[in-house]
Design a protein around this ligand. Structure first.
Ligand SMILES: Nc1ncnc2c1ncn2[C@@H]1O[C@H](COP(=O)(O)OP(=O)(O)OP(=O)(O)O)[C@@H](O)[C@H]1O
Ligand SMILES: [Mg+2]
Length: 367
């Protein structure tokens, strides 16, 4: 495809230029013109209750999804009208299909946590998930934050009263019964959060095995058709986050490249250690992602350097730049990958997702 060459990514800190051909194409190709109210895109949610929905469950899109996307793009030619948003995104991401990404042998479960607010947890969960799904993986995003930001960004129904993670944690409802398919991106699913979840921290307290409610729900859930489960945590170290830490092996910590970024990190690491020693011996910090990097400031590079010195190889080499497109995308019920795939933010998340996928290969976790 002669479409978008990757624009500047990663550590440049430059905002994408509106004149970039790739950006232009991406916006044309995407569906940026339509603002969605939260949950509006969820008509697709009705398309299937998720993994247990038989042949249409997650992953049925399969390993060939990328190839099909590429073919759709090729077939669509220069006039993009025939393309799906996913195919258009792949086209504008240009050249990403040189090889298929490694897929894990079994489902990788990754909790995205940082009790500091606004560091990019949700943005990273949504965009990494979208990238992985666009490249043929089958991905479930579990929204564990009462704010429901990941559900909004993925445009799945999450009005109060919708069957959600709350019902799974508090009422023992099966996880499969609340999972919704995400419109536009085949292979991407979301377990939504509703505002009810705000009460869960308290309602969980008297319940048996209150820290392991999510882990139990996963145990009863057939994840064999999934490649990744990404859990988006609230900005706290309460019972919801602890449930997420008990339920997975991997933790991904997004760190914002700003002055107070490292404050509170010690407390998070201590919590992870406590969960590891008492509740979940398999838990470890597999990934640190530097977010909202502004290359114009020395502070950002100093923070990045400090984090790398401290955490070494766990830190992804890709850095997510500050990008207006990244912050705009959720208000359209989209990931930045479909909203503006040519933007620097989309390209950076693409690289970060590829690193995440490659790490499984390095660890010998791929099939
Ligand atoms: N790379 C980026 N460039 C510009 N804005 C960004 C970027 N990443 C995230 N943002 C914006 O920063 C804000 C916080 O991001 P996000 O919601 O992902 O953080 P969070 O850690 O999930 O927050 P919370 O702790 O409230 O759940 C959002 O408005 C988001 O759109
Ligand atoms: Mg969030």
């Amino acid at each position: 495809m002669a479409t978008g060459q990757p624009t500047a990514t990663g550590a440049t800190g430059q905002e994408e230029t509106a004149t970039s051909a790739a950006a232009q194409e991406g916006r044309v190709a995407g569906t940026t013109g339509q603002r969605m109210s939260p949950g509006q895109g969820s008509a697709t949610g009705a398309a299937g209750p998720g993994p247990t929905a038989g042949a249409a469950g997650p992953g049925m899109a399969s390993a060939t999804a990328w190839h099909r996307g590429a073919e759709a793009v090729a077939a669509a030619g220069p006039g993009r009208s025939a393309m799906t948003p996913a195919a258009a995104a792949l086209a504008a991401l240009g050249g990403t299909g040189a090889r298929e990404w490694p897929r894990p042998r079994s489902c990788r479960m990754i909790t995205i946590a940082n009790q500091k607010g606004g560091v990019g947890k949700t943005t990273s969960a949504v965009n990494l998930a979208a990238c992985l799904a666009l490249h043929g993986a089958r991905v479930l995003v579990v929204d564990l934050d009462p704010q429901g930001n990941a559900s909004t960004a993925l445009a799945v129904e999450h009005r109060a009263g919708t069957a959600s993670v709350y019902n799974v944690l508090v009422d023992d409802q099966p996880l499969a019964s609340i999972v919704q398919a995400v419109a536009d991106i085949p292979g991407l699913y979301c377990a939504p959060a509703t505002i009810d979840l705000a009460g869960a921290e308290i309602e969980l307290v008297p319940l048996v095995a209150r820290e392991a409610r999510l882990s139990r729900a996963f145990a009863d859930y057939d994840a064999s058709s999934l490649d990744y489960i990404l859990i988006d945590c609230p900005p706290s170290l309460g019972l919801l986050t602890v449930n997420a830490l008990v339920a997975v092996a991997e933790v991904l910590i997004p760190i914002q490249c700003e002055y107070y970024a490292l404050e509170g990190l010690e407390q998070l690491l201590r919590t992870i250690d406590l969960v590891k020693s008492h509740l979940n011996p398999t838990l470890y910090v597999s990934t640190i992602l530097l977010t909202m990097y502004d290359g114009r400031t020395r502070l950002a590079s100093q923070v990045a350097e400090e984090v790398r010195e401290h955490f070494g190889e766990v830190v992804l080499s890709t850095v997510i730049p500050r990008s207006v497109r990244v912050s705009e995308a959720p208000s359209y019920g989209q990931s930045v990958m479909t909203y503006d795939p040519g933007s620097s933010g989309a390209q950076a998340y693409l690289e970060a997702a590829r690193e995440v996928a490659d790490r499984a290969a390095e660890l010998g976790q791929t099939g």
